[in-house]
Design a protein around this ligand. Sequence first.
Ligand SMILES: [Mn+2]
Length: 418
Amino acid sequence: MRILHTSDWHLGHTLRGEVARDHEHQAFLAWLLATCVREAPDVLLITGDVFDSATPTASAERMWFEFLAAARRAHPMEIIAIAGNHDSPARLGASSSVLRELGVHVIGSLPRRADGAIDLERVLIPVAAGRGLVAAVPFLRPVDLGAQDDALEAVYGEVLAGARARRGRHQALIATGHLYVAGADAQFLSERRVSVGGQESAPLRLFPDDLSYVALGHVHRAQRVGRETIRYAGAPIPLALDEASYRHQVVVADFAGDRAVEIRAVPIPRAVEIVRVPKRGAAPLPAVLAALSALPPLGEAAADPARPYLEVVVALERPEPRLRALVEAALEGKRARLVRIGVETTGDHAALADRIGPARRLAELDPREVFVRLWARDHAEPPDAAVLAAFDRLLAEVRGDLADPAAPPEEPAEAFVS
Ligand SMILES: [Mn+2]
């Protein structure tokens, strides 16, 4: 039996909220189809975050359904997808009864029976003519877990006990999860927006040795955790600029009876490069502008969807109001697509933030203080009287609006990290 494990597609993703990734997703899905034909897996396992958002765009949903249809035509295999934290369990699962007819199993939320027990008929999916049994556990939300302290272990314990009771001799048992397992390199966690810890951090003992393979999602860097057979497949495309150095891959695992005998990564070609100027750290503005002028020209196709993304990081001693204009001018006629201009403040004032003291909770800070601190972070000098006066006028105006009793309540400070 062979499975192909992939994860964290994030269909509908936009880079820094602006740049659509459809071209890269289309390229990945076309490659995945060809890879499924070549590798001929019995099962395609997709371990969560099919979509980037709980309310995916029509074009993202179309990509998903068109892929499923094309996969059915291209190669006869079972497809199992679980919901990740980005997916809406209800929305992803809404089509599950239709899809099941096509051999596609979609597990949105953890299915439970009327008596509260986990619905093992739906979670435990026999595959490859009985050679494998997949325990398809999706991302678990508080509503799936209840109030118990060790709820995560209780859920996996109940599912795996049911799996062992049904498991045939020499049948491979494969568990899925969309979670952070302690010990994984979280540098490129699916998102900094979700807290690590609490119910999302799982101990390795959740996955006992009698499991043939554990297919994980949530961490975007492909890696094994604990032992060879516990794997994050990782995301297929870089979902943030700092994921540029990644080897994006899918995992192909071969089983002989209940044992994984070969596990290998198949690298995914990158459809769009990410270029950083300078390669690392920050460079002074003249050096950055010179490097930008040396970039290759645009060529004929102005709308070339494969134009590289560009991140520029400039070291500045003092504010440079024309920074963006200068960078954009240097990029005139170049093939690169500017995605981010970063600024690192140098000189005497770089340590200003240290003098201000450790960050407190945003909610405890006065807006004026937040403004002063932000200014100090991005500029070489504190704001002068004219700037402060302008800020105070603006603040008064905004506060006037907020005094309106019909205005919505202020967002909690935590909203900044979500
Ligand atoms: Mn993810």
